[in-house]
Design a protein around this ligand. Structure first.
Ligand code: HEC
Ligand code: HEC
Length: 339
């Protein structure tokens, strides 16, 4: 017990040391609105360069799909904020998917993945779209054989996961290792938090105040990743005739009916259109949604109410959200092992 406490104390102390605000007289507790330096990972999949490289190849490789045509990056494109710019995704044989493609930015920090939280971690998630008939349509039992026939891959797997083989498990682990590197960069908002007073406009500063107070956004969009990692019904109209029950399909608790995961707002300017339905083209339209207190009132979260925002206040909220977009990560397209 004491040992555990000591470990905690030293972990907190070393975090504080790494933190830029740790100098003279600044608070010892890390700023909750700034991204922690470290990313979490499971004990059997510590990231290293070989694993990340392999995962990157797999992420960009269309040969992971049945048609040989779709890769993870087809829908999670680095040029489009790791999403696809579409209202809802387009999968195998150009079929439309039922929900919008979320960004994978900072998904490493999320305890539950997907709009309805049905996946517990990146390793498990990665195998889902490969096998899904609507997405990459590649049976997982056949994929290791297909990749083993590409001469470059077996040695890459052996280097990354010595003795573990080229299996669906190591495919999932490698892709997850690459995804753990896709984290938000320092946005103007972060520079402002670190003390650079002019890094964001006065309008954006007022927007952050509204975000936390009058507009109540931070009831759900909290902390550096601007999400409570929770599920809420914010009154979004379902696509099509059948109601999308969201989280309720996996946990039968009434408040979860029509509830979806609170998305990150990092780089939000890059990932329009918005919501699991992709129904709003602009951040202005999103703010209007909240201002009118949502559309569908059945089972609505108590934190969604008409806000009576002025036109200026709406502009301020949008200016604040735009200050959350950091400079682009440098992503070099990998050279894939030839057939
Ligand atoms: C055809 C488009 C498409 C392809 C290909 C695709 N995805 Fe996705 N991805 C989606 C959609 C749509 C969702 C959300 C589905 C849902 O929540 O029901 C999603 C969700 C995710 C999430 C969860 C993000 C979050 O915020 O919860 C991760 C991580 C992810 N995909 C990674 C991958 C990886 C890795 C691959 C390749 C193995 C991949 N995707 C291939 C469309 C795609
Ligand atoms: C009750 C919790 C809650 C509150 C309060 C809340 N949000 Fe959200 N927000 C969510 C959830 C959940 C979603 C996803 C809903 C969906 O797709 O059905 C979301 C989606 C969004 C999106 C779209 C993100 C994307 O990637 O599609 C933006 C932008 C956003 N919220 C901004 C705000 C702003 C600005 C406020 C305050 C005016 C706010 N939110 C208040 C929970 C909340």
């Amino acid at each position: 017990m004491l040992f555990k406490k000591l470990l905690w104390a030293s972990a907190i102390a070393s975090c504080a040391l790494l933190h830029p605000l740790a100098q003279a007289g600044a608070p010892k507790v890390p700023d909750p609105w700034l991204r922690p330096v470290a990313v979490p990972f499971p004990p059997d999949n510590a990231p290293n360069a070989d694993r990340i490289n392999l995962g990157k190849s797999l992420f960009f490789d269309p040969r992971l799909s049945g048609s040989g045509f779709l890769s993870c990056a087809s829908c999670h494109s680095p040029g489009l904020g790791w999403s696809d710019g579409l209202p809802t995704g387009i999968g195998h044989e150009f079929k439309r998917l039922g929900r919008a493609t979320p960004t994978i930015l900072n998904s490493v920090y999320q305890p539950l993945l997907m709009w309805d939280g049905r996946k517990p971690n990146l390793e498990a998630q990665a195998l889902g779209p490969i096998e899904s008939a609507g997405e990459m349509n590649m049976p997982l039992d056949e994929l290791p054989k297909k990749l083993s026939a590409i001469p470059g891959y077996p040695p890459m797997f052996e280097k990354a996961y010595p003795g573990e083989g080229l299996t669906k498990e190591t495919i999932g682990k490698a892709i997850a290792s690459f995804e753990r590197t896709i984290v938000s960069t320092e946005a103007p908002f972060d520079r402002w938090r670190k003390g650079s007073k002019k890094a964001i406009s006065e309008s954006a500063q007022r927007g952050f105040d509204l975000f936390q107070n009058k507009a109540m956004c931070s009831k759900c969009h909290q902390g550096f990743n601007f999400t409570d990692n929770g599920f809420h019904n914010i009154g979004v109209t379902s696509l099509g005739e059948k109601e999308d029950e969201g989280r309720f399909a996996h946990r039968k608790v009434k408040i979860l009916k029509g509830a979806f995961k609170t998305p990150t707002l990092r780089d939000i300017d890059l990932t329009a259109p918005y919501m699991h339905t992709g129904q709003y083209k602009t951040l202005e339209e999103v703010v209007d949604h909240y201002d009118r207190g949502g559309d569908v009132k059945t089972n609505l979260s108590p934190n969604i109410q008409p806000l009576n925002l002025t036109e200026q206040e709406k502009k301020d909220l949008v200016a604040f959200m735009k200050s959350l977009t950091g400079p682009a990560m440098r992503v070099e397209f990998p050279r894939l092992p030839p057939n």
